[in-house]
Each structure stands twice: as C-alpha cells, then as structure tokens.
Write a protein that binds this ligand. Sequence first.
Ligand SMILES: [Zn+2]
Length: 1121
Amino acid sequence: MSVNQQAHTGPPYGQPQPGYQGFQQPAYGGQSLPGAPQSQYGAYNGPVPGYQQPVPPQGSLRAPPTSGAPPPASGASHPSGHVAYSQFEHGDVQNGIPASAAPMQRPPASQPFLPGSAPTPVSQISTFQQYGPPPGSVQQLRNHMAGMTIGSTAASAPPPAGLGYASVPPVSGSVSAAGSGLYTPYSASQGAPPPSVSQPLPVAQPPFPGQTMPTQRLPAQLPGFTPPPPSTGVGPSSYPPTTGAPRPPAMPGPPLPGQTLAGPPSSQPNHVSSPPPPSTMAGLHPGPPMSGLHGPPPPTHPPQPGYQMQQNGSFGQMRGPQPNYGGAYPGAPNYGSPPGPPPPPKRLDPDSIPSPIQVIEDDRNNRGSEPFVTGVRGQVPPLVTTNFLVKDQGNASPRYIRCTSYNIPCTSDMAKQSQVPLAAVIKPLATLPPEETLPYLVDHGESGPVRCNRCKAYMCPFMQFIEGGRRFQCCFCSCVTEVPPHYFQHLDHTGKRVDFYDRPELSLGSYEFLATVDYCKNNKFPSPPAFIFMIDVSYNAVKSGLVRLICEELKSLLDYLPREGNMEESAIRVGFVTYNKVLHFYNVKSSLAQPQMMVVSDVADMFVPLLDGFLVNVNESRTVIASLLDQIPEMFADTRETETVFAPVIQAGLEALKAAECAGKLFIFHTSLPIAEAPGKLKNRDDRKLINTDKEKTLFQPQTSFYNNLAKDCVAQGCCVDLFLFPNQYLDVATLGVVPYQTGGSIYKYAYFQLETDQYRFLNDLRRDVQKEVGFDAVMRVRTSTGIRATDFFGAFYMSNTTDVEMAGLDCDKTITVEFKHDDKLSEDSGALLQCALLYTSCAGQRRLRIHNLSLNCCTQLADLYRNCETDTLINYLAKYAYRGVLSSPVKTVRDALINQCAQILACYRKNCASPSSAGQLILPECMKLLPVYLNCVLKSDVLQPGPEVTTDDRAYIRQLVTSMDVAETNVFFYPRLLPLTKADVDSDSLPAAIRNSEERLSKGDIYLLENGLNIFVWVGVNVQQSLIQNLFGVSSFSQISNALSTLPVLENPFSKKVRSVVDMLQGQRSRYMKLIIVKQEDKLEMLFKHFLVEDKSLSGGASYVDFLCHMHKEIRQLLS
Ligand SMILES: [Zn+2]
C-alpha cells in the first residue's frame, strides 16, 4: 500500500527528495547532453525497425505508412478520457465566458491524401527544386514589393533601434511621415505636445543642480500617515517593518478539514491626509477646468505635526509641482479635457504617499528570511518581489497559486459590497527553485487516482476519513465515498490515516498522479509529442540572414529537446517545413543519404505529402537533418518571392500531427502579412485613426474567424503553436496570434529584426522556448468547495464548455487566472477550498494529473477581507480583465470601469473598516495601499492609453502577452524596476536598492537601469563622471556613447563586471530575453525611456501618481457622500 509500489514512482516518500527524477525541470543552459542513441523510439507510430532499408527516392508520392495504427474514430464529441475527467459538473448553471453550445468535435481521422489535391512530385535532393518563380522580371519583383509596402518606402529601412515591442514602423499614412525616425514623432493631434527632442526637458528638481526649484512649501497641507498602532502579530502587511518579525508558525502537518485557524493579525490602515472637498477648492482656488479630475486643492487644515512622521520612516516634505508635469492632466485626451491652466502651486509630496519601493523593501526584510510554510489555511504569502523558500505542508505553493484575497466574504452580498474580485492566478507547471521539492508522482496502478464519487475531486489533504477509514467525506461536495479496498488504511486516535505522511496526496498541497488509460484520448496511451520547425523562406527572411541563423541554431539546439528526468535522450520527434507562398516538406529519414523535398503548391486544401520520414528521432537522422539545415539557406538564397501564406502552414503542421497520432508544437518563424492567395489570407486593415473611437476594439479583434476555427482544430489534436514574428511593418498580430493564443502557445516579436543587434535576443528566446518544460494536450479543471464556483477564466487557452480549460500545450511560464463567484453562503469554520487538476501529456508521452490544493479562510467582517488581500494579484486580475474588455468595449469605458471598481473597493473599506476621520483624509487598507499607484500604471499602459510611438501590432502583442503573465511578471511590467547602477556595491552580489519610477529621482551624475520584463534600459546622465563612462562603455566621453549598442562591452574592470552581472541576473529572472537599450539623457530616445517612469505624467496623457491619487480620493468621496 505504498506509493512506491510501481516502478514509476519516486523514492520513498517522507523525506524530501530534491533529486527526485520523476519530473525533470528544464535545464536551461545547462549541460544536458544529447547522449548516445541507446534507446530508440522507432516504434512510436512510425516505421517499425525493419523499415530501414533505403528506399530509393521516387518520383511520386509514397503511400502512407502501413505500420501506423488505424486512424482514430471520427465524430466522437469527446474522447472517453475527457468524459471520465469531466463528466461531473459542479453545477448546471455556469456564468463563465460564453462558450459555443456545441460540444467540441474531435477532428475526423486524418486523411493525408485528399481527393482532388494533386500531389506534387517528389524530387530528390540532388535535383532540389530551385524554388520560386523562375527569377521573375524586375518589374514583377517590384510589384511584389509594392504589395508588401505600405505607405512609404521607408518600410524596408529598419531604424537603428527600437523598443522590444514598441518599434517604429511606418504604419499608416497619418503617422508615417517621418519613417526614418526611431519612432514616430509625436504629432500635434496626439494630446500633450511634447517638448522638442532637441531641447532637453526642463528639469526642476533638486537632484539636478543648476535648475530652479519650486520654492512653495505648504506645511499646512502636509500629507502623511498617522503613526501606525502597534503591530499585534505577523502578516504580510504588518507594520512597522522591523526586521525579525515573528514568523508564521510552522505546522507539523496540514490542517484537518474544518480546522479553524486564526486569521492573520490586524494591520493598520493608512491615513493620508488629503485635500479638502472639491467644492471648497472651487471656491478658493480656480483649479483647472477639468471635467473629471482635479488637482489637489490648497490646504485648509492647520499643520498637524503628528502627521509629519512618515509611515516609511521618512519625513513628509512638501514639494512643488513635478517636473514637466505641473498641470493636472493638461491635455489628457482620455478625460476629454482641454489643456489646463498653469499647475496649481501646491501638491502632495511624492515622498508622503505610499511607495512601492518601501512596501517591497519592508516585505523583503520581514518575510524573506524564513521559509513560507503552507500548513496554515488562508495565509497570505510574501510578495512576489521577496525571495523566499516554500515548504509544502498541505497547501499549494504561491508559485503555483496566488489569490487576490486569502479570506473570502461568507456571502455574495458582502463580496458585492466590497467589489474585491475573488480570483486565483494559477501557474500549474511553474518552475521551482532548486532548493524546493518537485511534486511527487503517485501511481495507484490500474485503478487510478482515488476520487469523490460525486464531484470527482481528487484525493487531497482535506478529505476526511470516517468509519474507521472505510469511507471518506468529500471536502468539496460533502458526498461520502467508499475507500477502495487497495487504498484502505487504519486511522489513528485523531482520525488521521496512519499512512498520512507516506502519501503525498494526503499531506501535500501539490502532487501528481500517473493517469490511467481512462484519461487518454480514445482510450489509448499517447505517443510522445513532436516538434515541427516551420521556416518562412521569403525574400525578407532570407535577406536579413534569419533563415541561415535559424538553421545554424537548430543544428545544436535539437540536442536539447526536453527530456523526462531519467531518460538519456528526448522522446520528442522533429520535422521540418519551409514556406513562402507554397510549402516545402522534407523527408529526413535516417536511411536516406540526402534529405528530400516535397513541394505542395496547392495551399487551398493542405495535406502532408509524406508520412514516413517526416517526423524523426534526432539521433537517428542526425546526418540527414544536418545536411538539410546546411542546404536550406543555400536553396533559397536567390529567392525573389516576397509573399507568404500563414494558415496553410499551421494546417500542414496540424495534419502532420494528426497523421502521426500525437500532440506537439509548431515553431513558426514568420515575417510578413500573409497576403498570398490562400485560406486565412489577410489584408492590411491597420488604422490608427480608430484610436479613442468606438471602433478601436476592432484593432484587437481578428479580421476573420478562420483562425478561431483553426485554433479549435489544433486544440483538439494537441497542436500547440509558438510564433516568432520578424515584421518590418504591420502584420496583424491580432489575427496571426489567434492560434498561438488559443492553443496555449507563445508569441515573440522582433520588429525590424537585424542580425547584428537582435540575434542574441532571438536565439536566447528560441533556446529557452524549445527547452522549457511543457505539457501537451492539457485540460485544466478547478473545483471548489460548496458556496463558490469558478466562473471566469483568463489566459491562453480554448474552452469548449464553461468549466474545462483546454490547452494544446501548457508550458512552465503560462498562467491561467480564474475568477470565483458565490453561489451559496460560506462558513467561517470550514473555509473555502480550491483544487486545480491539470491533465496533460509529459514530454515523454506519459499521461499525468497534476493536482494543486489551496484552502482559504472565510469571513463575516469586511475588515478581515481587507486585511488579507494581495494587491499584486489583484492588479494581475484587473489588468487581464481590462485587456479582455477592450475586445468588446471602447477603451475609455474599460478605463472608467477600472477606476470605478477600485474606488468602490477603497470606499467600502473607508466606510466599513476605517476609524472615523475627516473626509479630507484618504485612508487606504494597509495591504492595498499600492492599489492606486499600480492601477494608474495599468490605465497608462500601451493597451489602454497608447502613446503615439506604439503600433497597433504592439498593442495586440502586449494584450496577449499580459493575459498569460504571472503575478511577478505583471508586477514588473506595470511598475518597472529602476536601479541606480552607480550606487551598486561592486564587491557584493546584491542588486542596488531600487528607486521610484520618477524623473525627479534621477540624478544627472548617475547611471540607471530600468527593466520591465521586456526591455532593459540603461540611462546615462549628462554629468556622469568620465571614468565611469570609460569603465562601462569603453569610450572617453558621454557624446561617444553609442545608443546602437545591444549589449554592454566586456571590459575588465569592477564596474563593468558588476553592471553586466546585474544585467545577467535580471535576464535570468525573466521568461524572455530582454532587449537592452542605451539611453543618453537629453537624447531623443529618452522619450521612450520616460514612458516607463510610471509615477510621472505620461506624454500620452496618463496621470502622474500624485494626480491620480487625488483623483481616486475624489472618486471615493463621491461614493461616500
Ligand atoms: Zn465531492
């Protein structure tokens, strides 16, 4: 009766086994060796071993292989494995996102040889078809080119640099006038006119010597925080940030069902004294004639000395207007206001309002040194910015699940009153640090995992055994189920099974079950997955050197395909396709002396012209593959073809996987809008004039539903699509991204790809993407205890019903956000439970279930809710909610709704939880004190308030990217990390202390680094010492620094080493390789950089933090009055 009874299981459970090999973590950049081909996997679908006698190349198509299994039955609405997995619904009514009423249809059996699609003759490699139209006339080429070029001839001239995603395309006529610039210049129609780029922005703050500084100081208006009452205990938000605060007690084991645990201790509200009501202000001070926003009014309160004590330990200090951004929202287009009059002379002191840096620092100091032990129900974890270890004692690690609140209102009325969304951000295959134990794999043999009879929840630590252990009561639906005889165990005097600590599923929050055949499609264990590399070989791709680069890289990268921990080589098979407006398939069977190419020019009805020899084992076909990768760049070196197809490429990959009866991933490297005649052909419909109109949403919607249908077919087959884009102009990411998005894949975008500057970034992304842990053919179901229900889902997936999240592929970086709603009352005693079950196929073809459990507290007092929220997770949810909203609503509506919801959250707190105080005080819950600053960052983001340099494709790209981000990624994406490099200690490994994202924090004499997960900026002040410039850039003066650098020069001095190690450390923390951009102060690129100084007013009209806080305060007061 041990979990170790099967060969698949891990070592004896009970002691942590970090070296457990059952589930290998991806070895990024590690020394994973290809290994000799000791075991071969020729039996998978493919030809049986006897097939290896060389088959002479033939002049016509070969018949499909006879060794494969018969095609799966077609027409079944669900494979039986899925039925077993999901036959029990939580409830009949679901409020989830609308799904198509028809059950998802599995595609019919593959039919590689379709009637009517005339196969193209196979040609031997020695007579490789010289692709392409016989070198067409120059005029023809020009016509092609003209078709590709929009607006101006500048299109093909890439700019010297560009933002990772925000690049500078000559998009549409209205903004392409200055196509040679780094980004489109700000036009007069775009809100606040920017200062001329040749003129440095006026800098008016102390750090900049020689500048005038506003002198008005108004002590009477001092905002500040009331001194916090004594902290009564621990909690993520307990204050003050003394080091060595008490830790959560370590529990010997997970709490038993029904166990009541004290909630986190109370924390203190933040009291920010704030301006008097607008009416007063209007009387005293004619503020800017804004329709929606008011700058802070003048003070009416007498000085309150007690307020001078800052919560953060510093003293409040009035400052003048922020540099450059004096007015409250002058010209903010989204507020429909005309440019305002000169700024009001008084404003909140930025140092007196809640600081993200301080909150992050406090949490690190308070919670970074002790492990987070998950035995306690409803425990709020440390912030994502804190480094901490997790010990699983019955609840899933916060690396897998984070919640907006760990204490849920007992009733829906209370939830509605607070407006706090109840959501969980789930990353089922998250990578763990090496110090933490991977989920154990439990094998119950042929009987499979033990589950509740009614709701089908999986055995977990919260199930309660009764009647001497013969039955168990479900913690989700209360149904009583017989314990299967093989699973019976006696109970001890506390009612706990005596094998409690021997079984991961009884004592841990996260674990895996080996799935039985019932959990497999068509009741058949899956074959190992396949990777198909599909390379655009049109003119631009070849000319830029991209095709050669990809082929060179694949030669070595194929040795690093994901492997199961104990396997010597990867079970994944590979295949290759190249394409422009026709497709070329390659036979790389190991028995061939040379690869063979087969061209399919009838793209209207895609089929795969060869089965035997298309998907191969890398080691077996090593020489043929190497030969192919050598030849591809040569074959297309002289191509004149500029047009591409896109949908047929995905269809080809899908058909190949169908024919091989396996799941897999397509890696598509694509350069242009697919305008060639073919299914899924697109037209250029970019139109920036739609911004801020009711039709703006169309920019985010696909231009045809063709790709939605294709995505559905791909999901049914487990065909995940990763798309690498290299556009020189608009290519409609909103449409091309549909299939990657709905299949759980990734999109990478390298605008104006240039070999010299971008290859390193692209190759790093590609390497990581190919090597990372990924599950295929995945279905995720979130079960909840009675009273709440998962009602809405956000992320990259497909849903054919209201409960099952389907993903053709799910990798270790992908996150699914789930929202919950009440359908009954909850009880404080029993709390609330979540169980996330992910059924997937591992990279070796093993069918598994990964289970994550989390227990939350429930409350009848709003104060308990507001003490246990996590703002970073709340922002993750709100951003995803808003980013989905732009598909159906005008952006302004989405923004207003966000502001309104957050104002209601904070007003409810003020009304019900805060101690009585004057209306002039803004009072924020301790754990939500950063909600305004972070919310403002979401509102100002490129999707919701685009600057003129942001293209339609950038916005579509960002929208899709954010939707799959985890909490750490959204945190740094919306509030970038800004580090003073010149303050770094060159002798230590640590990062310099971060500073707030505002220009006034920058000093002309220093160098700073700013990262947001996509880009790293290195900003150099004009007064930086020459020696520092020499040490970092290897040039003797500021003016000699080149901002075309894409990496820092390798110089042998401590400062250079330190900065490069900081950059490397940050790169290692992110799932994508960030683009390095050097920005010199007062250089024109600085405007891009300033876009990320998110506490300042943005040039696209986004409010400064101070102004936004005042606005929120006003909104809250209106709700309260
Ligand atoms: Zn149940």
